[in-house]
Design a protein around this ligand. Structure first.
Ligand code: PGA
Length: 251
């Protein structure tokens, strides 16, 4: 196994916000002065923005997308393939975000993961429970069923190309955050699951992100948790002072 240091990972998920013409200036502002932090910073922008963000590489910022199709090519009007994303300079793609799981079939998620990896991309895989499951203390059972389903056919050699983001649905865009202890508990379970399925080395190297109303003000205590290796940030990733604060907390 490689002995590279596991870098902490901060991903921005811009969702359907901002215009292509504003994208580069926003990305520079979000990361201004933070080029030499020892973190991996990924900006997952809308498809329409990606070409304009290609020059981010020169600043050490990594480009990502928010979804890809489950086929490599074909008659799928309006869709975007992993190969297209890779050709545009993307290195990562988010798969299985809860806002996409409402629109895509569960069966398509493993196929999307495999397409992404076949195209040379790495994957930010999202999982997380709805509020009802947390209320009845079944949050781990819910997440475990997502992991078991979505990774059932994933080749073991592909696992190092995957980052897992735990995003409790009740915390996304709501201002509610899982407590650092709740997130840590879930992350520990996810790492244990990864160890059982893929072995201890891959489990140790796995980056597990927390997502759900992450802000500069709550990122310090999340960053202090043993199994929280980074964050996936929605709303606060559009606000430079917030996003820079989050990167600093994980540096
Ligand atoms: P939020 O979104 O930070 O706005 O809660 C997180 C996400 O959906 O990835």
């Amino acid at each position: 196994m490689g002995s590279q240091e596991k870098k902490r990972f901060i991903a921005a998920n811009w969702k359907m916000h901002s215009k292509p013409s504003e994208a580069l200036a926003l990305a520079f502002e979000l990361t201004d002065g933070l080029e030499d932090t020892n973190t991996e910073v990924v900006i997952c922008a809308p498809f329409t923005h990606l070409d304009r963000l290609n020059s981010l590489k020169s600043k050490g910022i990594i480009l990502g997308a928010q979804n890809c199709h489950f086929a490599d090519k074909g008659a799928y009007t309006g869709e975007i393939s992993a190969t297209m994303l890779s050709d545009l300079g993307c290195q990562y793609v988010i798969i299985g975000h809860s806002e996409r799981r409402n629109l895509d079939t569960a069966e398509s998620i493993p196929l999307r993961i495999e397409q992404a990896i076949a195209a040379g991309l790495k994957v930010i895989f999202c999982c997380g429970e709805p509020l009802h499951y947390r209320k009845v203390h079944q949050e781990w059972e819910f997440v475990l069923s997502q992991l078991n389903h979505d990774f059932d056919k994933i080749e073991a050699s592909h696992f190092p190309k995957i980052v897992i983001a735990y995003e409790p649905i009740w915390a996304i865009g709501t201002g509610l955050t899982a407590s650092p202890q709740q997130a840590q508990e879930m992350h520990k379970n996810i790492r244990k699951w990864a160890e059982n399925k893929f072995g201890i080395l891959d489990a140790m190297q796995l980056r597990i992100l927390y997502g759900g109303s992450v802000k500069a003000s709550n990122s310090m205590e999340l960053a202090a948790m043993h199994d929280i290796d980074g964050v996936l940030v929605g709303g606060a990733s559009l606000i430079p002072i917030e996003f820079r604060g989050i990167i600093r907390a994980f540096s």
